[in-house]
Design a binder for this molecule. Structure first.
Ligand code: PLP
Length: 353
């Protein structure tokens, strides 16, 4: 399939790197491709970024049959553009699509399309330290129909957004609220899919946490409200004694590319990494005996997000001395160094554009 290109009449002005936040500025072009049962995925095209005409009865608007991904393009010191493990994001997109009854994508075709888009938009990749170009692929159900079934037609789109450094004022630990009234995902649900509804469902508990002065929610499992699953929309890690522990993937936890990278990096440093169920009670006990050293989240946006305090059942504890722990700091630096091409990519994680 050939990708067609429609030139924009005018190009946007690029914001200064120092003014960039997250997810508010979009580049000149986007990639679009459509699906119907007769033609399969067809009409791949790069065209000017802009509003999409959609029927108000489009199924995605009513039943949330929508999936997405999030990855980044980084600029190296020599000005080259590179991606971090993009194949894993596209594989996960197909995994999410399967759970949402969507047609499979040709992952290598979409990766090529993304590379073409990035070649056109390479000047949009910011170069100040910690900045990057966030990439948001999404698939939505487009049948104009308000009965409940899965759609027959879909739109895949990829949009790009230059984003600022996640920690412009330094790598500061956040305060986390452990909710016992709300769950993010349930056994047999769609927690492992990056699907719109999971994020809509997380908003209310997050609002309550924010009102209490906490940045994010720590989610417990949806069956016993006992085992830790994730924090916000990040995976979570604990350093207890000399082990790095993260909840095992149980189908309600999202399988993060950053999570997997943290595990592989830590193992390469001979850190003992354990994937298992871990209860919130065990974390409080480890704190009481002085064994709980660090807690941090992992995800594409922040890479590593150290946790300073958590509050559960009215009891707040401070992790370590409330400062960034040594393992979180080392992981953050090494991941950045790989993503920005400052060190050798011994894991084969980098794709050049
Ligand atoms: C995207 C996401 C993550 C992190 O995944 P990465 O691939 O590391 O960015 C973790 N949890 C949830 C719920 C997510 O949506």
């Amino acid at each position: 399939m050939d990708i067609t290109f429609k030139k924009a009449e005018t190009l946007k002005e690029h914001p200064e790197d120092s003014t960039l936040g997250f997810g508010t500025v979009f580049t000149d072009y986007m990639f679009n491709m459509d699906y119907n049962p007769e033609e399969g995925w067809h009409n791949p095209r790069i065209e000017p970024y802009g509003p999409m005409a959609m029927d108000p009865s489009s199924m995605v608007l009513h039943y949330g049959q929508a999936i997405f991904e999030g990855l980044k393009a980084y600029k190296t010191d020599s000005g080259d553009i590179q991606l971090f493990r993009p194949e894993d994001n596209l594989k996960r997109l197909n995994g999410s699509g399967q759970m949402l009854c969507m047609p499979e994508l040709d992952e290598s075709f979409v990766l090529d399309a993304l590379k073409q888009l990035l070649k056109i938009e390479k000047d949009w990749v910011p170069s100040a330290a910690g900045t990057s170009l966030y990439i948001r692929p999404a698939i939505i159900a487009t049948d104009p129909y308000i009965g409940l079934r899965s759609s027959n037609t879909y739109r895949l789109f990829i949009i790009l957004s230059p984003v600022g450094a996640y920690y412009p004022e330094g790598f500061d630990p956040v305060k986390i609220w452990v909710t016992t009234d709300h769950v993010r995902a349930v056994r047999g649900g769609v927690g492992q899919a990056k699907t719109a509804g999971n994020y809509a469902a997380s908003l209310y508990a997050t609002k309550l946490a924010n009102e209490e002065g906490y940045t994010q929610v720590m989610w417990l499992d949806g069956v016993e409200l006992k085992y830790v699953e994730e924090v916000g929309s990040m995976n979570i890690f604990f350093v207890i004694g000399d082990e790095l522990i993260t909840p095992e993937l149980n189908r309600s936890i999202l399988s993060g590319v950053t999570r997997d990278s943290v595990i592989k990096l830590a193992k390469s440093w001979n850190v003992k990494v354990v994937e298992r169920k871990i209860s919130i009670d065990e974390i409080y006990e480890a704190h009481a005996t002085g064994q709980l050293k660090e807690i941090f989240g992992s995800g594409t946006a922040a890479i590593i997000s150290p946790v300073g305090q958590i509050k559960y059942n009215g009891k707040e504890i401070t992790i370590g001395n409330g400062a960034v722990g040594p393992l979180a700091a080392r992981l953050f630096k090494d991941m950045m160094d790989i993503q920005y091409g400052k060190v050798k990519d011994s894991f084969n994680w980098i794709t050049a554009i």
